[in-house]
Design a protein around this ligand. Structure first.
Ligand SMILES: [Zn+2]
Length: 394
């Protein structure tokens, strides 16, 4: 019978002795054992499996399949009749807290707003439920969290009842139950009645606390992330460290972090603006210098680490003032060459001719039109050599 399983019959069983009744391999050749009796909870109902040891060998997975509970071990077990089994209680109790917390949170959503829970996930650090609503406000989340913590503080019993289909009418169930016999009801009296095969503590107080962390939209529903028990402290611990570091970095008290970030952003914004203006002034100045040193129809220059945007701006400034010039600008940025070629209004040639001639020399790619082209490639020749090649191409 289902209810005789040790993790149901003695939900607080942390250590037990039993016999191996099967020591075989599964369909994929992985060895597993089946015990006469087990307190190892197999993955199911949204709750992950237990871990622990069997005769000091680590249990890495517990799966219920073909009406048997398979214990997968880290290494083969010495043949023996009697085995000593230890449940990793920290992990199991954490699962019990999260799972019971989920019952309480789901019940609170229905109680206050009539949002039923459609799915549950117990993850390594976060737990989530999907509630049947496209939107939840912060006020609603606060109200639900308050009710859940109130139920925890009042320390209500969490009861388990084994019933059959005929008994179900007597209970106000949250969800319809499909099974016929051996139905396991998990009950928080006058608050929550649920069919559930998971493990839970004996009272709501053992959940200790519940904190909602965030929400996101998921397939038309709302996914609510939360934690219970020790995980609340872990979250607080992590977040406290983050806030403390941010506060130190910003030289601001913790409660003024937001204002400090706002201030930093606005300072940054105006600095960027001044920098753009200063850069433009320098480029204008560079443009005038280059025009003044012009000896023929070409105005050329090479740079170390000028961005393509800077080259473009500079070329535009020059042709705006020198309408009879062809501008050839090349920058070497690390192992790359980048160039911009532009012409003034009075020049007849197409700049595409120039880029088409030099791009193969640098394994490059480029684009543009007859008056303005840009491109880039590998620094297979020097920037100066590229300028010479450009001049020769016309
Ligand atoms: Zn449950």
């Amino acid at each position: 019978m289902l209810q005789d399983r040790l993790y149901y019959a003695q939900p607080n069983c942390k250590r037990f002795t039993t016999q191996i009744i099967k020591n075989v391999q599964d369909e994929d050749g992985e060895p597993y054992i089946v015990l006469n009796q087990t307190a190892f909870y197999p993955t199911g109902g949204g709750q992950p499996h237990d871990t622990g040891t069997i005769n000091d060998v680590e249990v890495i997975d517990v799966v219920e399949m073909n009406e048997e509970i398979r214990h997968y071990l880290a290494e083969p077990l010495e043949p023996t009749e009697q085995v000593d089994c230890v449940i990793n209680w920290e992990r199991r109790f954490d699962h019990m807290q999260q799972h019971a917390g989920q019952h309480i949170l789901s019940a609170a959503f229905v109680e206050l707003f009539d949002f039923p829970t459609v799915s549950f996930h117990l993850g390594k650090s976060l737990v989530s439920i999907d509630v049947k609503t496209s939107d939840v406000s912060d006020e609603q989340l606060n109200a639900v969290e308050n009710l859940a913590n109130h139920m925890i503080l009042e320390n209500h019993p969490i009861e388990v009842k084994w019933v059959t289909e005929n008994d179900l009418a007597a209970y106000l169930l949250r969800k319809k139950i499909q099974a016929e016999n051996e139905i396991r009801l998990v009950i928080i009296p006058n608050f929550d009645y649920n069919g559930c095969g998971g493990t839970h503590p004996e009272s709501t107080g053992q959940v200790s606390a519940l904190k909602i962390l965030s929400t996101e939209k998921h397939r038309g529903h709302t996914r609510v992330y939360f934690v219970c028990g020790k995980r609340v402290l872990q979250q607080l611990h992590t977040k406290t460290a983050v806030v403390k570091e941010a506060s130190q970095l910003l030289s601001a008290p913790e409660e003024e972090i937001n204002q400090a970030i706002e201030k930093l952003r606005s300072t940054n914004h105006s600095l960027e603006k001044s920098l753009r203006e200063a850069e433009e002034t320098i480029l204008q100045f560079e443009a005038s210098e280059l025009i003044n040193t012009q000896k023929d129809s070409f105005i050329s220059a090479t740079f170390e680490s000028h961005s393509i945007q800077q080259l473009q701006k500079l070329a535009r400034f020059i042709v705006a003032k020198a309408d009879d010039a062809i501008v050839l600008l090349v920058a070497k940025n690390e192992e790359k060459l980048q160039f911009v070629v532009a012409k003034g209004n009075l020049v007849n040639a197409s700049m595409k001719t120039i880029s088409a001639a030099v791009l193969p020399e640098i394994n490059g790619k480029g684009g543009g039109n007859d008056t303005f082209v840009q491109g880039g490639g590998d620094a297979l020749v020097t920037a100066e050599a590229l300028v010479q090649l450009m001049k020769k191409s016309l």
